[in-house]
Design a protein around this ligand. Structure first.
Ligand SMILES: [Zn+2]
Ligand SMILES: [Zn+2]
Length: 225
């Protein structure tokens, strides 16, 4: 982690990084964890804690709903830990509103939890959505299993996009063929949310990458395979 020269306490801003499967969220968060300072608190993903901790992962409606409620409560409490120790940015690996994309049937998630979409959107100052790459980027179309999962992934990505669509400060990061272009764009947006002292922190892998003299990126083959 980088040290920040500034030791002031800044007004806390809560930012969500979200996106469908295969969007590169984990890799972007890892860059932030490594190269930003303690002003930026990166939270773990609630679903990872819940399922990784052994919460039953069944496909029936009751169990899926129970899991989404558990994820919601863990997310809320993770955010409570994030707010302590005076960070400038609490960066959430998904937010409570992501649950809408995974919630099956009626009544909806919010009435089941006694809250509203408006209240939950209001928890976050900004939302950065990393789009899942379409089939031709990042997924191997020769493999029918991968094609199938690419369709599913795009579907979840679309549901997440819809869940957050009413947030007033949502940034969409399209799926560039080069992951580093995408990471750069996401970090640029995050920098816009940071206090002045933190805007200088650099990510070496992004700073040192080759560029054309005119600033236009060289064409690279698509990732994947
Ligand atoms: Zn500062
Ligand atoms: Zn800093």
């Amino acid at each position: 982690m980088t040290e920040c020269e500034c030791s002031e306490v800044h007004q806390r801003r809560r930012v969500v990084l979200t996106g469908g499967p295969g969007a590169g969220k984990t890799a972007v968060l890892e860059l932030i964890r490594q190269f930003f300072c303690s002003h930026v608190k990166v939270l773990p993903e609630a679903a990872g804690i819940v399922f990784g901790g052994g919460f039953p992962r069944e496909s029936d409606l009751e169990c899926r709903r129970a899991a989404q409620r558990a994820i919601f409560h863990v997310q809320r409490e993770l955010e409570a830990t994030g707010d302590s120790h005076g960070p400038a940015i609490v960066l959430c690996d998904r937010g409570t509103v992501d649950g809408v994309a995974y919630w099956p049937g009626e009544p909806d998630l919010w009435s089941s939890l006694g809250t509203t979409l408006e209240q939950q959107l209001g928890r976050y100052d900004a939302v950065i959505h990393l789009r899942t790459p379409l089939g031709q980027h990042g997924y191997n179309q020769q493999n029918p299993l991968r094609t199938e999962s690419a369709t599913e992934a795009a579907d979840i990505d679309a549901r997440i996009a819809q869940a957050w669509e009413r947030h007033p400060r949502r940034f969409m990061v399209e799926a560039f063929s080069d992951f580093l272009d995408k990471a750069e764009r996401a970090l640029e947006i995050l920098r816009g949310e940071m206090p002045e002292c933190c805007k200088r922190h650099v990510v070496p892998v992004l700073r040192d990458r080759p560029r054309h003299a005119n600033g236009i990126e060289p064409t690279r083959p698509a990732q994947g395979g």
